[in-house]
Design a protein around this ligand. Structure first.
Ligand code: NOJ
Length: 530
């Protein structure tokens, strides 16, 4: 692996900055706090941190509405703190990946403030404007991902503007070359500071149909999430022209030494479409696989997504896996239902599939979603749809470092921005001391990845196994098996030595005549000396 290709073999750790570590007792996590926790991340063994947006924002969508792409949200720190974070992380061989939001800005961004000032404003064409229909209604049938029409009438200028998310998040017009140039400058600004790459928000959907055609209605043959939405988003999201922009960004990123990486939020729910975002090795380095994240926690379903991904992702591409993020219920609650055995099976898959794992903060100690009251909510989606469907605050609550009041996240007596949950039940300090804990399991598994090239770069081959079991070989000498069922099983294809089991008491055990697994048990085995 060349130094520039760390992202293929490394582990990326996602930090939701508001919830990681509060360093100044205001109840909100910040960049100084991330710096203070670098030793922990180094101990854990991760290679890079992806930070959710840290740029200036009025927080209508908790940072995903950006008012200054090159400025730091004061509550998090300033440019100097970012520089310090990059430098101190580098000392520990950790890279910093930021989040960029090119689909839309905040309505408070100076570009949009100018754009809405008049039809002839310099930045008018930086956003997507259209006249009302004759009856005054929106220009077409596009819907916001957050509910309601994707258009809001600007009464001052008499036209509608497009927002695929909140009205406070006007969509940028990616047909305008000036917008493309402006984002090139933003990438350069951060790349020049030493940022290792970007997670790109809505990477699949920034270009809109030039003719603003109506989306076709969903049909009974569409998957449930499309039927629930009522239309196929072929004109306001899934435009093929987005690939031109991704190629442009890739060549910009490749111009750096080492090349900067592009990790796309390709929120499409079919693997084939996801695979297109790798291009011919000239678009994204890593395209998030939401089909895996949303699959049921069943051996056959997960194996099928992986098999298809293996087929679809071009040889020049590289898979990326995640089992939780800031938009999706945590794996401990979603897949594991609070069962530690299931959680460890999920984490074992994350860290041993062929591809780059992205580990969401807190999953290493098995944080569950936090139960919240309506008054606690910060997420606009949660507020809008309370009590259902659930908003995204439950998976964004503060990290548990200790069992002290404030959980080591903030000072005792300070009210965190979201409730912290039950810090006594799970926290880093307790689990660090306990060799049988999930934290130590994750850390040891990351260490095993480092030792075994099979796990970092070996091929993936699914092995024959019975119903409820998912087993695969990595490279020449490493096999992994998960028993995702309530019955004990024997996986005949596996022999050798158990390198690590989800039930740690079996580490080092010899396996002859097949690997016996208890219900919801998994193991990594060595069949050779790789
Ligand atoms: C995806 C982000 O992950 C999510 O949190 C945000 O609300 C939308 N994009 C809009 O930016």
């Amino acid at each position: 692996m060349s130094a520039g290709e760390w992202w293929r073999e490394g582990v990326i750790y996602q930090v939701y900055p508001r919830s990681f570590q509060d360093s100044n007792a205001d109840g909100i996590g910040d960049l100084r706090g991330v710096i203070d926790r670098l030793d922990y991340l180094h101990w854990l063994g991760i290679d890079a941190i992806w930070l959710n947006p840290i740029t200036v924002s009025p927080d209508a969508d908790v940072g995903y509405d950006v008012a200054d792409y090159c400025g730091v949200q004061p509550v998090f720190g300033d440019l100097g703190t970012v520089d310090q974070l990059i430098a101190e992380a580098k000392e520990r061989d950790i890279k910093i990946v930021l989040d960029i939001v090119p689909n839309h800005s905040s309505d408070q961004h100076p570009w949009f403030i100018d754009a809405r000032s008049s039809r002839t404003a310099a930045h008018r064409d930086w956003y997507v404007w259209a006249d009302p229909k004759a009856d005054g209604s929106p220009p077409n049938n596009w819907l916001s991902a957050f509910g309601g029409p994707a258009w809001t009438l600007d009464t001052h200028t008499g036209q509608y503007y497009l927002h695929n998310f909140l009205p406070q998040q006007p969509d940028l017009n990616w047909w305008n070359p000036a917008v493309r140039d402006a984002f090139d400058d933003i990438y350069r600004f951060w790349f020049d500071r030493g940022v290792a790459g970007f997670r790109i928000d809505v990477a699949h959907g920034i270009v809109k149909d030039r003719l603003l055609r109506d989306n076709p209605a969903a049909t009974k043959d569409d998957p449930p999430h499309v039927r629930a939405y009522g239309q196929r988003t072929v004109y306001n999201v899934e435009r093929p022209e987005v690939h031109d922009v991704l190629r442009r960004w890739r060549s910009l990123a490749n111009g750096y030494e080492p090349p900067r990486i592009l990790l796309g939020e390709t929120y499409v729910r079919d693997v084939r479409t996801m695979g297109l975002f790798y291009g011919t090795g000239d678009e994204l380095h890593l395209a998030f696989n939401f089909t895996y994240l949303h699959a049921p926690f069943e051996a056959s379903a997960l194996a099928a997504v992986v098999a298809e991904s293996e087929m679809v992702i071009p040889a020049v591409g590289w898979p990326v896996w995640t089992v939780s993020n800031h938009d999706v219920s945590r794996v401990m609650s979603r897949w594991a239902g609070g069962d530690e055995r299931k959680l460890r099976c999920a984490l074992l898959s994350l860290l041993t599939l062929r591809g780059t794992p992205v580990l969401y903060y807190g999953d290493e100690i098995g944080l569950p979603d936090t139960r919240l009251r309506k008054a606690d909510l910060q997420d606009p989606l949660g507020k809008r749809y309370w009590p259902k469907p659930r908003g995204r605050d439950p998976e964004r609550t503060p990290m548990h470092w200790t069992d002290a009041p404030g959980g080591g996240f903030t000072d005792s007596g300070v009210r965190p921005w979201l409730p912290i949950g039950d810090v006594a039940a799970r926290n880093v300090a307790d689990q660090r001391r306990d060799p049988a804990s999930t934290l130590r399991f994750v850390r040891d598994l990351i260490a095993v990845r480092r030792q075994r090239s099979d796990l970092r770069s070996g091929s993936y081959k699914q092995l024959a196994s019975s119903v409820g079991v998912w087993a695969w070989r990595r490279g020449g000498g490493t096999t992994i098996a998960l028993n995702l069922s309530d019955e004990p099983v024997v996986v005949p294809a596996i022999g050798g030595t158990i390198v690590m089991s989800t039930n740690r008491s079996r580490d080092g055990e010899r396996v002859d005549g097949g690997l016996a697994l208890s219900p919801w048990e998994g193991a990594v085995c060595s069949s050779a000396s790789t």
